[in-house]
Each structure stands twice: as C-alpha cells, then as structure tokens.
Ligand binder design. Sequence first.
Ligand SMILES: Cc1cc2nc3c(=O)[nH]c(=O)nc-3n(C[C@H](O)[C@H](O)[C@H](O)COP(=O)(O)OP(=O)(O)OC[C@H]3O[C@@H](n4cnc5c(N)ncnc54)[C@H](O)[C@@H]3O)c2cc1C
Ligand SMILES: Cc1cc2nc3c(=O)[nH]c(=O)nc-3n(C[C@H](O)[C@H](O)[C@H](O)COP(=O)(O)O)c2cc1C
Length: 585
Amino acid sequence: MTTIAPPPFIPENAPFSSAQRAWLNGFLAGLFSQGGVALPPNSTPAATVNLTVLYGTQTGTAASLSRGFVKDAKKLGFAAKAMDMAEFSADQLKDVTHLLIITSTYGDGEPPDNAKALHAELLSDAAPSLAHLEYAVLGLGDTNYEKFCACAIEFDERLLKLGARRIYERVDCDLDYEAAAQSWFEGVCAVLKGSQTLPQPVEIEPPTIRESPGYGRSHPFSAPLLENKVLNFPGSAKETRHLAFSLAGSDLRYEPGDALAVYATNCPELVDDLLRVTGFDGEEAVIGSNGKEKPLRLALLRDYDIGNLNRGALEKFSKFCRTPELERLLAPQHSAELTTYLHGRQWIDLVTQYPILDSRPADFVALLRKMQPRLYSIASSLTAHPNEVHLCVGIVRYETHGRRRKGVCSTYLAERIETDVPVFVHSNASFRLPVDASRDVIMIGPGTGIAPFRSFLQERTCSGDTGRNWLFFGDQRSASDFLYREEIESLQKNGSLHRLDLAFSRDQPEKIYVQHRMREQARELWRWLEGGAHLYVCGDASRMAKDVDAELQRIIQKEGAMTSEAAADYVVQLKTLKRYQRDIY
Ligand SMILES: Cc1cc2nc3c(=O)[nH]c(=O)nc-3n(C[C@H](O)[C@H](O)[C@H](O)COP(=O)(O)OP(=O)(O)OC[C@H]3O[C@@H](n4cnc5c(N)ncnc54)[C@H](O)[C@@H]3O)c2cc1C
Ligand SMILES: Cc1cc2nc3c(=O)[nH]c(=O)nc-3n(C[C@H](O)[C@H](O)[C@H](O)COP(=O)(O)O)c2cc1C
C-alpha cells in the first residue's frame, strides 16, 4: 500500500476569488490530513476518474444522496454520474472503473425493489469477474431492524469476492445518516483524488449536507394545521386520521408519490414519567440535538427518541450501568431471547428495571438516539389543492408489559398539535405516475396505503389524463373503515375511477384481503398489464406487500401461461420499466 501524497494546491491563476481558493485549499488539505487514506500500489495516478454512483432506494433517500454526491464530485473535478440500479446490469460493470454503491435495505434485510435484479445478478454464479473495478459502498439503514444495512453489506462483500478492489471502508448509516454519509463521501473523494489529474473545478462551495435551498430536513417549515378528522366511523377498531396542512408562504412543492416528513414531540406525560424514574428534575442543562444547551425536559420532549429500544440502545445502556443480566442478553448466543426482551419495551421500562439514580443527566442523554422525522405518503395533489398537503395517518396505540404505549408521531398528530407542525418534503422519484398520461394505472392500497392513490387520482383527474384508473382498497369493515368513501364513490360516478375492488376482511366469516380480489380479477388484471398498465402498491410491508407480490406472480404465471421463472422475469421487467412501484412501510 502506498500513502497518497497531498494533492497540489489550487494554483493562483485558477478562476477563484482568494477566499474561495483559501477555502478549497483548506478543504483539500483537511481531507488529506485525516491520515487514514491509502491507495493500493497499482492505482493509476494520472487518469481522470469516471465515477459511477449506483443507488438502491425504496423511498428516495439513497437517490437524492447520490445525486447530491455526483453534483459535489463534479465540482471537485471528477467525471461522475448517478444511476438507478434498476437501469443497470452486471454486464455494464465491465465499462466502469470506479463505482460507488449507495443502497438502503428493506423488508427482512432485503434489497430495495430497484436493487433486486442487480443484487441477484451479482450474487449469482454467472456474475462477471470485476478485477478491473475500484469501489466503495455506503449503506443506509435503521438499527431498529435486525438485519441492519444487510443489502449494503452483501454488495460490499460480493464485489470484493468478484475481484474488485475496495478503496474505502463501507459505512453503515443509521436513520441519522447525514454526517456519516458526508464523511464517507469526503473520504472516498480523498482516495480518488490520489488517482487522477483534476480538470479545473468550475464552482466550489463548502461541502455541507445538501438540501434544496429553503425548507428541508435541517430547516423544516412550520405548517399550520387546517384539518384533523377521524376517517373511521363508530364500531371501528382503528383510528385513522385525515390531516391537512397549509404550505402557503413556504415555496414547498411536491409531486404525487412524495412523502411529507414530520418532526413530532414526545408525549409530555411520558417525559414526566422518565424524569421521575431517573430522578432528574428536568431543569438540568444538557446538549440538544443541534449541539446547543437546553433544559433536559425540553431535550427529552423534542430532541431525543425515548421510545422503543433496540440492540444498539441496550448495548450502550449495558456499558453505562454494567448490568450482568443485560450483558448476558447481548451475547450472540442469546439473540432470540434479546428479541423477545426488546419487543414492546421502551426506555421507561429499562430505567425502571435498572435504575440510574446517581447518573448525570448529560450521560443519560448521550445514550439516546436523535429524534427522527416520520414519513407520511402525501394524500393530496397540489394541482387539486394548491398550497396544501394532506396526510392519511393510522394512529399507533397499544399496550405492552402493563403499560399503554403511544406511537410518537401519530399520536402527536392526533392529540397534541399545539403550534404549527415542523415538516419538509421527502421526494420519492421511485413512486411516480406514468410519464405517458394515456397509460392505465392499477393501484393497490389497503388501509393508509390509500394515501398516495388519493393524490394520484386527484392529479390524474385535474390533469385530464386519459389512462384508466383501477383501485384495490381494503380494510377491516365496510361500515366503519371505508376511508374516503364519499370521494371514492364520487370519482367512480363521474368516470374518473374506472374500476374499484374492495376487500373488507371482517365483513364475513372468512378473511378477504386485496390479494384475494386480485385473484378474482386475474384475467382483467393481466389484460391491463399486457396493455401497458403501471401497477402500484402502498401500505403494510410486513404482510400485505408480500402477499400482493406473490399473487401478482401467480396471476402472471397463470394468465400468461408461463413458468414460474418466466413470471418472475416478467415482474423484474415491470420493475425495470418502472411499471411496478411500491411505497411500503
Ligand atoms: C415511505 C413511508 C411512508 C409512510 N406513509 C404512511 C402513511 O401514509 N400513513 C401512515 O399512517 N403511516 C405511514 N408511514 C409510517 C409512519 O412513518 C410511522 O412509522 C407511523 O406513523 C408510526 O410512527 P409513530 O411515531 O406514531 O410510532 P413509533 O413511535 O415510531 O412506534 C412505532 C413502533 O411501535 C412498535 N409497535 C407498534 N405496535 C406495536 C404492538 N402492538 N406491540 C409492540 N410494539 C408495537 C413497533 O416497533 C413500531 O415500529 C410511512 C412510512 C414510510 C417509511
Ligand atoms: C418497511 C421498512 C423496512 C426496512 N427494513 C430495513 C432492514 O431490514 N434493515 C435496515 O437496516 N433498514 C431497514 N429499513 C430502513 C431503511 O433502509 C432506511 O430508512 C433508509 O434510509 C431508506 O433509504 P431509501 O429512502 O433510499 O430507501 C426499513 C425501512 C422500512 C420503511
């Protein structure tokens, strides 16, 4: 291994102001002063690096991160492009010299939909040798899931096995991904800069976390609440709410398929309980998530996740209070027991069971994860409702270990909106209406999965799209859980909704779900698909989306008279052509 020499400073005659030149020189020097940057001996210092950034994404985070990195890479003088994994095959890797993979993980440690085909290709025996390739992988995930960043790990390990050279260690990011992702990118750039001659950069600005100007993740808009009503009727076991917010004065724009991210505050009673159990009075100064001092109570209300536990939280806590019982539970051989212990337990349970009465508030806060915004599929179209955004939210309440629990954000939206709500738009280019407005669309969205389809239908109706619309909706009972019933029936009457299939699971002795309705309509569904229809699924990822996917393959196999392999290929093709898209959670 050879260590990279620092890059040349920006010459005096480069087209920058002295301040820009000073910043750039500082930035490059900073990158190289981190010390850990090493290149393998056979790297080629003189050639211009052509960087391909492949993203695997379900809800758009990896895509926007990749596009942002490509923009910054170009500013640093690299030739770079971001590509959707769905549009990329393993064979194309023969023309790639420098590859960055940025991917999330979904389901039970699975690749996101757009990464499935490439992932399968690369993991198969037919995968090409990649001895010519230099690469680095960034994982996006959530430590609440057992298979944290599994897809990124698999890509990373497989590329190495196929002979590619890893130029930078993989970083696996938790939901709070920005700083870790940025530092990974800077590290990768530092390595790459050692192997190329840079053309003059055209424009440079400090490499901050990217965000479109205006309101965003680190600067949410305070949206006034316009409407908050329960959509279920008496007799329902559920509480599903329609919420409308004003975006007036924000310049925030969204497209059908996007999500709204909401910053909630924790339940004040839970915060009070936590203070009581920990013995703090809440006035102690601690560091908030923005790095500034604030009273503990405020930090617990707004800045930190005091809800559900995961392995990471327990590991930190166990080190903090040195409890043999927890240490035992965390041993690899007790992972099943750990899962059982974690299920339904929260911070309040932990500090009740293992008191931390003599601790400093700052040490306790250091154990907590930052509060994360929750995403909600947008249920309105700006064309139909200028300056408004609507959501359809299922309120989460349950009881575990003798305590009534409240989902942080959903119950905040249901019960506690006292001032305007901090929001930003989370763009999701992986869930979009067909560009060709004459295409038919099939929408499968039981429960709150109806949300983006309300948006789709509003948009298609207002825009006069000529393609037909087919909705599969389901919930528990038709009398109490037919969300947006009047709207849907009126769309049917005025001819905007061409087909509607309903599945109410508890209206009859046997359970009927949307996948059963799909089976009943198999021939027609196949006709629509063969006619070029786009198919969308939104809602529950754990069961519904899997059952719908299995039914879709069955229908294609039967109606298309195919083998199961050919049907699976057909589905892959639909995904590649962006005619099968899922917004599942
Ligand atoms: C892209 C995307 C789009 C989404 N769109 C929507 C939408 O349109 N509408 C919508 O309502 N939601 C939507 N969600 C889900 C939403 O983001 C939140 O996850 C949901 O509202 C719960 O958040 P919360 O803060 O209320 O609950 P949290 O405080 O996050 O608690 C939820 C957690 O509680 C635990 N839990 C729940 N029930 C039980 C139980 N019975 N026993 C034990 N543990 C339990 C589980 O660990 C669960 O993950 C979407 C999510 C994504 C990623
Ligand atoms: C339904 C669902 C399943 C998920 N499964 C996993 C998982 O198994 N492992 C993991 O590390 N992250 C998991 N995540 C978290 C996502 O990978 C994470 O939110 C990521 O930032 C999303 O990036 P994307 O928007 O590019 O898809 C899951 C998220 C959702 C909504």
